[in-house]
Design a protein around this ligand. Structure first.
Ligand code: HEC
Length: 172
């Protein structure tokens, strides 16, 4: 094989790899001890038939709609826990030190959403209670989807966390 042909083969080989869509994977790691973390908020994933007040912000409408499939559309209690060493950081919406920061646990279905900080940046992950990565099980469980809210809505979700102290709307 001449050199040019060799390079071409090599290129096609690499291109084939790049073309394969990357499997969604959690970036935040699973905090095994999350059940020992203090609860900062008891909230809900609203059911699919929830009627929101007409003046509900677009952000909240999107948040509700994104997870209305949870528990077959019946909704679920949602428990928010924060790493014991990060309570003060959470109250001020950061800046955050490195490591797992907060979890939101959708209780009915046992989904553990994880936000972790690495070098000050928020990264995300979705696990079941046993710590199995489930981010590939639904488009809304993929880290890029988490980013589309948590990192994009910078006026509401500051430094990657959305709930406290801004969104009282959610607490009953
Ligand atoms: C459509 C918007 C939206 C998307 C997408 C989203 N979240 Fe959230 N997230 C919220 C809102 C709103 C809250 C606050 C809920 C409350 O206060 O009841 C929240 C709360 C949280 C919390 C509790 C800590 C905090 O205050 O931020 C974690 C952890 C979390 N989300 C992780 C994730 C992960 C992981 C994903 C992706 C699998 C994700 N979120 C996708 C809107 C979103």
């Amino acid at each position: 094989m001449n050199r040019a042909k060799g390079l071409l083969t090599m290129f096609l080989f690499v291109a084939a790899f790049i073309a394969v869509p990357a499997k969604a994977e959690s970036i935040a790691s699973f905090p095994k001890d999350f059940l020992d973390w203090p609860v900062v908020k008891e909230s809900v994933n609203l059911p699919a038939d929830a009627v929101l007040p007409p003046d509900t912000s677009l952000f909240i409408q999107e948040s509700v709609r994104a997870y209305s499939w949870i528990n077959n559309g019946l909704g679920s209690p949602l428990t928010i826990r924060v790493h014991p060493n990060k309570l003060a950081e959470y109250r001020t919406h950061g800046p955050y030190s490195d490591g797992p920061t907060a979890v939101a646990v959708s209780e009915a279905q046992g989904i553990v959403w994880v936000t972790e900080h690495i070098g000050g940046e928020a990264v995300y992950g979705s696990y079941n209670r046993q710590g199995k990565d489930i981010s590939h099980q639904h488009p809304s469980l993929q880290p890029t989807f988490c980013q589309s809210c948590h990192t994009t809505y910078k006026d509401i979700c500051i430094n990657g966390t959305c709930a406290e102290p801004v969104l009282d709307v959610y607490s009953e």
